[in-house]
Design a protein around this ligand. Structure first.
Ligand code: ZN
Length: 267
């Protein structure tokens, strides 16, 4: 057995037996791994506060060739989750991103870019709550990093470039927008003009922390006497697209997404 050293983010933990813990880590060098922390539940000294969700830690573990679970030997905190744990919205947001990474990655697949992205998301979240734009932006970033980003610029079936006003049909199965011609033959859902383009705008618009949709002029298709109503309507449509897309790529609904909707999106 050899000893491995790595940096890792805690994705999941649960008690195992009387005194052990099973954890899932997203490591820098080896991707997602499952580990057993002997005495992780009982011994206050050994892994004191290190194996908490969303912590970024240095780990040392033993691995038997061909065995699933690695045995955690030591863990040291690099970046604790302080700043997230006491805020329900932040916990739900962090839970959503870590579960997304957990579900969308395979064990032992190294993803440098995704590792740094998740680390950055959690670090940023410690400083401030994410608004709706931040959540969509980072969700798309994760999908993009993994090669799952829906195609929102040209027809996903025939490859034709599409104007903004043409982008109204979205196919979760094909993973993107459909032009009028292709949409007649393929299953899809129709959205108001401008909604799909907004997802692209969300992705580009971040960086300016004060970017808010309500500051922008609503497209004709989603105009409303009350701007806030239009905003809520827009959010729902975007969520519908993201949910349809997620449920196509993941076989089960993310538990964390339900909580995100309840506590962050207030639905
Ligand atoms: Zn087409």
């Amino acid at each position: 057995m050899s000893l491995y050293k790595d940096e890792a983010i805690v994705l999941f933990k649960r008690a195992f037996g009387e005194s052990d813990k099973i954890i899932r880590l997203f490591t820098h060098k080896s991707g997602k791994i499952a580990a057993i922390a002997k005495g992780g539940s009982k011994s206050q000294k050994r892994f004191m506060n290190t194996l908490e969700l969303f912590n970024c830690i240095n780990v040392e573990y033993f691995e038997k060739t061909g065995k699933g679970l690695v045995r955690l030997e030591n863990a040291y905190i690099l970046e604790a989750n302080h700043g997230i744990e006491e805020n329900i919205k932040k916990v739900c947001t962090a839970g959503f991103f870590t579960e997304l990474v957990d579900r969308l990655t395979k064990e032992r697949e190294r993803h440098d870019e995704l590792f740094y992205l998740l680390k950055d998301i959690l670090k940023t979240l410690k400083q401030a709550e994410f608004n709706y734009t931040d959540i969509v932006y980072n969700h798309m970033k994760i999908l993009e990093t993994l090669g799952f980003m829906p195609n929102l610029t040209e027809c996903v079936y025939c490859g034709n470039k599409m104007d903004v006003e043409e982008k109204v049909c979205f196919s979760s199965e094909k993973g993107g927008v459909l032009c009028r011609a292709c949409s007649s033959a393929l299953p899809h859902k129709t959205y108001n003009e401008g909604v799909i383009e907004r997802i692209l705008l969300f992705c580009k618009g971040r960086g300016e922390r004060d970017y808010r949709l309500t500051d922008r002029v609503m497209d004709e298709g989603i105009s409303s006497k009350k701007e806030s109503k239009g905003y809520v309507f827009l959010e729902r449509q975007i969520q519908d697209i993201m949910e349809g897309f997620m449920s196509y790529h993941l076989d089960v609904e993310l538990r964390s997404y339900r909580l995100l909707k309840r506590y962050v999106f207030k639905q």
